[in-house]
Design a protein around this ligand. Sequence first.
Ligand SMILES: Nc1nonc1C(=O)N[C@@H]1CC[C@H](O)C1
Length: 246
Amino acid sequence: MWAGVVTLFPEMFSALTEHGVSGRAVKRGQLEVAFSNPRDHAHDRHRTVDDRPFGGGPGMLMKVEPLLEAIQAIRQQAPSPPRVIYLSPQGRPLTQQRVTELAALDSLVLVCGRYEGIDERIIEMCVDEEISIGDYVLSGGELGAMVLLDAVTRLIPGVLGHADSAVEDSFTEGWLDCPHYTRPEEFAGRRVPEVLLSGNHALIRRWRLKQSLGRTWQRRPELLKDLALSDEQQQLLAEFLREQAT
Ligand SMILES: Nc1nonc1C(=O)N[C@@H]1CC[C@H](O)C1
């Protein structure tokens, strides 16, 4: 996966490129991240990258010309025609389903806004898709870009070993994850559920699935409404709800 990032703060991305699973993926060449900084494309004496919004109002916008040049420069580095994504609260919410689709692409360009955002004409001219990481306002699109790249990188074949397999990720199934436990078996008077110590993998699978479905019902019921649960899954959910009622 090749990712070109348009940002005023490329140094922020060391959190992604130098640490953890994504840092290992970069080291292995499974993920390549390139940067293009609009400030390097601001040719006035003060290297100005922001400008006032027409129509007045608070704050500034990213200047059009340096941003356009920065996008054009990074696109030329892409090994294949990239999908250009602008991170913004006006975008389509990022979901695991969309992450899975993006992970299948060869190259992406991620445009990170700052200030109040970017000129609409840049979106019209350059952006294929706007994506939001949540219904709140950040000071920049960089964290959104890193969230997206982290989630996508996990799904690149070979990035995750068995120890942290993405296949088990409950969100891949569409529901929340089950509770997890590790040593010690008892901690502060609280014991690990016996089924997890039983070594009976069929029972453990059923218990984990029941817990996932039950907590999804309790915490995020909207996630279940679009899912066609199997007979087993419906039975496990009913079992969970019966146990909760007693
Ligand atoms: N929520 C989000 N999901 O992706 N990006 C954001 C986000 O708040 N972006 C900021 C808005 C103005 C500033 O330019 C950057």
